[in-house]
Design a protein around this ligand. Structure first.
Ligand code: MTE
Ligand code: MO
Length: 378
């Protein structure tokens, strides 16, 4: 903010590892203050649900208005909707049957800071993600009320935030019409049984389970059904991957010769019980625990290795649904002193596995390289 002596900081220019608490949040790892980009420290992933006050914060634009419930309305319409109307929070809560599901929200660029060679953008570590129980109206029910015309192609969302000095294009995102009509796509007004924190999209956000966080528009104020591909900076230039580089579904109406939008998350895992460089007394079993997730198939299995050659199947925790974190645990005996390399490899129910080598892409997305944590048994 100006009073702190910052001018506008371009996305990702300020690389910091300071812990700092935004109002209503516990101290998180600050990447930039304006716009606010804060990641969750690893310790909060030791439980499968990420608390609201520790949930990561990612904004592209610096002006994020404090939305009052009395002033907030959600406009629904667009050229491919039969009707146009505005919803209040009261009507969103009362006129549509509430639905809930547990789902991971992960930034496309989570782990970008681990890319080698280095790419520009917010230099995230491993914590630009969180898992929560989301409750709200199904988007399809709201769209049904509006009436979806047969030429509908995409549904586009806008939030209350905008660029400072109007230099940056407004953050607007669209999803394919079939995904918008999927029963799991929500307009969420609760997160883990409480209203959404301001930083995570109060009073309502779009929840697109399985898809990366960029489509989960926060502080949503407008939903439009459109018949042509949405073309704005955030759809046409940002959040794109070289065509065919990942085995994720395509967003057909948004493909170009060169690239395509990012869609679902790739399978991944995070070890939460072992610190790189940790020294463990011989004879005490090494507990390897963590969470695994993917783009919506669900986790099939997680394997653990301490030598990079042999893999043992870990126990999986409670199934909280195919869009959720899945806990895993494996106990490794430590009979001899010496170095171990602790690795976890998740496999989705559809057979995708984490990779050994980084799949490079210019924007630094989809980092799911198997972690290697070195432990010394002493
Ligand atoms: N209105 C608005 N919604 C947004 C964004 C934004 O900048 N503005 N960022 C998106 C991106 S890129 C991500 S990763 C998620 C982050 O959600 P969180 O801040 O609740 O963790 O919000 C998404 N929704
Ligand atoms: Mo993101």
């Amino acid at each position: 903010m100006a009073e702190l002596g910052f001018s506008e900081i371009p996305d990702g220019a300020l690389v910091e590892q300071l812990l700092h608490a935004l109002p209503g949040k516990v101290p998180l790892i600050k990447k930039s203050y304006r716009p606010p980009n804060y990641e969750t420290p690893v310790e909060y992933f030791r439980k499968p649900i990420t608390p609201n006050n520790a949930f990561f914060v990612r904004w592209h634009l610096a002006a994020i208005p404090q939305v009052g419930l009395k002033d907030w309305t959600l406009g629904v319409g667009g050229e491919s909707a039969e009707r146009e109307f505005k919803l209040t929070m009261d009507s969103l809560r009362k006129d549509f049957k509430p639905a809930q599901l547990t789902a991971v929200c992960q930034c496309s660029g989570n782990r970008r800071g681990l890319f080698e060679p280095h790419v520009t953008g917010v230099e995230w570590g491993v914590g630009a993600m969180g898992n929560a129980l989301w409750r709200g109206a199904r988007l399809k029910d709201v769209l049904q009320k509006a009436g979806v015309k047969s030429d509908a192609l995409e549904v586009v969302f806008d939030g209350a935030d905008h660029g400072a000095l109007d230099k940056t294009p407004d953050f607007v995102k669209s999803i394919p019409i079939d995904l918008a009509l999927d029963e799991n796509t929500l307009i969420a007004y609760e997160m883990n049984g409480a209203p959404l924190p301001h930083w995570n999209g109060f009073p309502a956000r779009i929840v697109v389970p399985g898809w990366t966080g960029t489509y989960w528009v926060k502080g949503v104020t407008s939903i439009k059904v459109i018949s042509k591909p949405e073309k704005n900076f955030w759809m046409s230039a940002a959040y794109r991957l070289p065509r065919g580089r990942f085995k994720t579904p395509s967003y057909k109406s948004q493909m170009t010769e060169a690239n395509e939008p990012i869609t679902t998350m790739v399978v991944n895992s995070l070890i939460t019980s072992v610190r790189n460089g940790e020294r463990v007394p011989r004879g005490k079993p090494l507990e390897v625990r963590g969470v695994a997730w993917d783009g919506g198939a669900g986790i099939g299995r997680v394997e653990v290795s301490t030598d990079g050659a042999s893999w043992a199947e870990a126990r999986l925790g409670k199934d909280l649904g195919r869009f959720s974190f899945r806990e895993f645990a494996h106990s490794v005996p430590t009979r001899e002193t010496g170095a171990l390399v602790v690795m976890a490899r998740a496999r989705s129910a559809s057979g995708e596995t984490q990779v050994n080598e980084l799949i490079h892409n210019p924007a630094g997305y989809h980092h799911n390289v198997i972690q290697r944590l070195y432990v010394e048994i002493v």
